[in-house]
Design a protein around this ligand. Structure first.
Ligand SMILES: [Zn+2]
Length: 226
């Protein structure tokens, strides 16, 4: 597992060169944004040193973001687990992928579910420590991004990927195998929504962290065609 500093408060943990999760330092310990692939728990705990992980905060229910949730919940007493309310049926095992009224589907991508139950749901505008929750639908239903308001780091989950440039989910080049998105037109609208936030860097579920703000997001929107 590779560890990279992100802004003032974050650490990116990367497995197999392409699967990211993030430790965000808070006064009471770490918030872990996403839990990477199955089997990441030992490396994740090692990356924290002596600082405890207090909570896991999920951007979405895909397999490469929830793989080690159950193992971490079993290993760390008192660990909280947070995600959006819309993610609950998608996270359950087996998942319920039925659509709600008005939603466009289907829900795509690997969603194996987890045994652990959420200890708290997170809604748009909620704060989890220093992180502001933003509903960011498009990649998958219930997807949220989190903005660290202290240093402007946008933990974007899979709303964006970094593929040489920040890229809106679903608008990747044909040779990139990231096709597990549910509604890329909605993802492009979500990117426009994110222009309104004071972003100073973008940290995605896949690929490198990009320093910059609005111009990065605008560039991704401009390239989200076809
Ligand atoms: Zn995903």
């Amino acid at each position: 597992m590779k560890i990279t500093a992100v802004g003032k408060y974050g650490r990116m943990l990367t497995r197999l060169g392409f699967f990211n999760c993030f430790l965000v330092r808070e006064e009471d310990g770490f918030t872990l944004i996403d839990a990477n692939l199955k089997g990441s728990e030992e490396d994740t705990l090692r990356a924290t040193g002596d600082v405890p992980i207090r909570r896991i905060l999920l951007t979405h229910a895909h397999v490469d973001h929830v793989g080690s949730v159950d193992a971490l919940m079993a290993k760390v007493p008192g660990l909280e687990l947070l995600a959006s309310e819309r993610s609950i049926p998608i996270l359950q095992s087996p998942p319920d992928l039925s659509l709600r009224r008005g939603e466009v589907g289907p829900i795509r991508g690997g969603t194996p579910g987890i045994v652990s139950k959420l200890t708290r749901t997170v809604a748009e505008g909620d704060r989890v420590g220093s992180l502001l929750a933003i509903d960011t639908p498009g990649h998958i239903h219930g997807h949220q991004a989190f903005l660290d308001e202290r240093d402007g780091t946008l933990y974007a989950g899979d709303e964006f990927g970094y593929l040489g440039k920040v890229t809106v989910t679903g608008f990747t080049p044909w040779w990139i195998p990231l096709k597990a998105f549910s509604n890329r037109d909605q993802a492009r609208e979500t990117a426009k929504k994110l222009l309104a936030y004071p972003v100073q860097r973008v940290a995605c579920g896949h690929g490198k962290v990009s320093e910059g703000g609005r111009e990065l997001i605008q560039g991704a929107i401009d390239r989200a065609k076809g």
